[in-house]
Design a protein around this ligand. Structure first.
Ligand code: ADP
Ligand code: ZN
Length: 657
């Protein structure tokens, strides 16, 4: 018998080895083996068992050396089974993901991994912080499922609590998972903890910006059941871990915890399942907790703590400016109050953040004569203007030269309105208004070039930049002590998104970005510009956040949306829209039949055309299922015979947008 293997070191070709006589032949596929290669020994993954050698093999086949073990984890099989049935996946899915990273090739990483020198000692926790630590230490020492929500205002010192609890857990010889909603945050946190907790504590970053070598080093630690700290986004929660003692989910409200691609696994939900199965405490922290978590505090007895004060600094003053009151502005995007505030801060040599959420359909080109909007030939979205010379699609990267006449009515360039706004235009406007200010841009384009991004952040920290213009990438985690003014240009840009959690996620983001102001100073200000009125503006002051929960929950109850009921999504994709519509309707009919036959309490909505309903020539439709009970939704979905359809089907049990 022979095995066909793939080396973990990234070598492309598959290799063939002979199986030693003593090995079992069952369940070899997917196992890790050690094999000889020239004079070395390499790790490899078994892809196939071959009873005979392929005919074209003429060279001598060597024998494999030994089988490698999977890290032991008593709960792992139950956990992956539960996760896969919740997400309607085959259980092997998770093993494949793990194997995938194990066979990952080493790639160039340009993220700066060096440790900060400044190490902090002798922290004395405040009494608010200490009481949380005191509550959790007994649970860490004799573990049980213990979900704890920490609502700590921005800058209240949640990290200090995490640090204490991490150390307590390691003392019990157990591993800690620390999860963050974004790779850049995971990188920052890893740096911070490595510099502050000292070298004797084994801390591993585990995400896409970590080298394959470091990931394999973590794997080795897990194999040896060493207690470690693992910091990451999505991957850590699906790892086998023998002695898991604590899970911490920071920024727990963040929709970044939902994976971007199908299957859209929500790491926050997965972590809760895992903590429950492993009988361990789990801590969810945020300045703007999710409506869902606050609901669990109310209905499911989650432990709840609040840190109501900032450790240093004070809360900023919040000012709402209506852009529709035109007399207030010389320039459409920078209202007079904002312009004056910027001028004032510049004279005081203080720093300013200007925030624009570009996720909306901004920045497109429209003909003033006939209303034509230039859009992507492959996707149903408008093209965005780049550097005033190029039109680009945000979904498929299609690009073409900017148009100078309207393709429909032939109107000239003077009739072409570049609608909306992007960070580049904001920088241009600010440069005109404040020719002496040092202005920089930090948006998604800049994060593609990570070195440049870090340079900008560094220069801003060093006060070599006065005004930083950015998108959602600057909202999270950063601590810029010199910032005393935050301007939010178009606060309502996402409120009109047709998703049930639009108000929640918009408010969370506004509070997070507002929280960048006044981290170290007594007096600071946030100016929020908006086109419309909305109830979220009553809660911009983060101290009132839990009041928002009450308002929003009432609203969700009226329209029957989560967390009051369960809400799942089936996404269908096909290149042929006619077939897609037929199949979508057929699935809806089927679901209705299944519900009737099995007396399921479900409501089916759709098929709906999502706002972006065509990406790279693939059309999409969405079907939603509502029910008081997720198991009824799963029962209905599992009755659908997927192979009867030519469309791709994706199931998300708790979609967030
Ligand atoms: P959060 O994550 O809640 O927004 P951080 O944990 O970043 O806040 O804390 C804000 C700042 O306050 C950090 O610089 C942190 O080091 C400092 N800090 C918090 N608690 C303490 C403490 N007990 N002693 C000294 N410094 C603290
Ligand atoms: Zn496109």
């Amino acid at each position: 018998m022979f095995i066909q293997v793939k080396l973990l070191n990234g070598f492309q070709e598959s290799l063939i080895y002979k199986i030693p006589a003593s090995w079992p032949i069952e369940q070899l596929v997917g196992s890790l083996v050690k094999v000889p290669l020239q004079k070395r020994t390499e790790s490899a993954l078994i892809q196939q068992v071959l009873p005979t050698l392929p005919a074209d093999i003429t060279f001598k086949i060597r024998e494999a050396i030994s089988l490698e073990q999977f890290p032991s984890d008593a709960h792992f099989s139950a956990y992956t089974q539960q996760l896969s049935s919740y997400y309607a996946l085959e259980p092997l899915y998770f093993f494949k993901r793990i194997r995938h990273f194990l066979s990952e090739k080493e790639q160039e990483l340009d993220i700066d991994q060096t440790n900060q020198a400044a190490s902090q000692q002798n922290i004395t926790l405040t009494s608010e912080q200490q009481s949380i630590v005191d509550d959790l230490i007994p649970v860490i020492n004799s573990p049980r499922y213990y979900p704890t929500l920490i609502h700590g205002v921005t800058g209240s010192g949640k990290t200090e609590i995490y640090k204490q609890l991490i150390q307590e857990t390691l003392k019990t010889q157990k591993t800690v998972l620390l999860l963050l909603p974004e790779v850049s945050l995971a990188v920052q946190f890893t740096k911070l903890l490595k510099s502050q907790l000292g070298l004797e504590i084994p801390i591993y970053g585990f995400h896409s910006a970590v080298s394959a070598k470091e990931k394999r080093a973590l794997w080795t630690s897990l194999m040896h059941q060493k207690p470690v700290v693992i910091i990451g986004v999505h991957l850590p929660v699906i790892m086998p871990i023998a002695q898991l003692g604590l899970i911490i989910i920071d920024e727990e409200h963040d929709i970044g915890y939902q994976e971007k691609k199908h299957p859209k696994i929500n790491t926050r939900e997965a972590a809760l399942m895992r903590a429950q199965l492993a009988h361990i405490p789990i801590i969810l922290g945020s300045a703007t907790p999710s409506i869902h978590s606050l609901y669990c505090v109310e209905k499911r007895n989650w432990k709840f703590f609040q840190l109501k004060n900032r450790f240093a600094g004070a809360f900023p003053k919040i000012k709402l400016v209506k852009l529709t009151e035109e007399y207030k502005r010389k320039n459409f995007w920078i209202s007079r109050p904002l312009e004056q505030a910027i001028a004032d801060r510049l004279t005081k040599k203080e720093q300013i953040i200007i925030f624009l959420n570009r996720r909306g359909f901004s920045f497109f080109i429209q003909c003033k004569s006939c209303g034509h909007i230039e859009s992507c030939p492959a996707c149903s979205v408008s093209l965005t203007v780049h550097h005033n010379q190029e039109l680009k699609c945000h979904y498929c990267n299609f690009s073409k030269k900017i148009i100078i006449t309207c393709p429909v009515c032939k109107a000239g360039e003077d009739q072409l309105l570049k609608k909306g706004i992007g960070t580049q235009q904001i920088v241009t406007i600010l440069e005109k208004l404040f020719p002496h200010a040092r202005i920089a841009r930090a948006d998604l384009d800049a994060t593609v070039n990570k070195k440049k991004w870090q340079e900008i952040i560094h220069n801003f920290e060093e006060k070599k930049i006065d005004i930083l213009v950015g998108t959602q990438t600057i909202t999270k985690g950063y601590h810029f002590p010199g910032v005393t003014l935050v301007g939010i240009l178009w606060a309502d840009i996402n409120l009109s998104f047709p998703v049930y959690n639009a108000a929640e996620s918009t408010l969370q983001q506004l509070i997070q970005v507002a929280g960048r102001a006044g981290r170290q100073t007594a007096e600071s200000e946030v100016i929020v510009q908006t086109m419309i009125n909305h109830y979220i503006y009553d809660y911009l002051n983060e101290v009132n956040y839990t009041q928002f929960y009450k308002h929003e929950l009432k609203h969700r109850a009226e329209v029957a949306y989560p967390p009051i009921i369960r809400f799942a999504e089936i996404e269908l994709k096909h290149s042929d829209p006619v077939l897609l519509d037929q199949e979508s309707n057929d699935i809806i009919q089927n679901l209705e039949l299944i519900a009737e036959k099995n007396q399921l309490n479900i409501t089916i909505l759709g098929p709906a055309q999502p706002p972006v309903h065509k990406i790279q020539h693939m059309h999409a439709r969405k079907i939603y299922i509502k029910s008081p009970d997720i198991s009824q939704i799963l029962k209905a979905y599992n009755h659908i015979i997927i192979k009867n359809y030519t469309s791709f089907l994706y199931f998300t049990p708790n979609p967030l947008q």
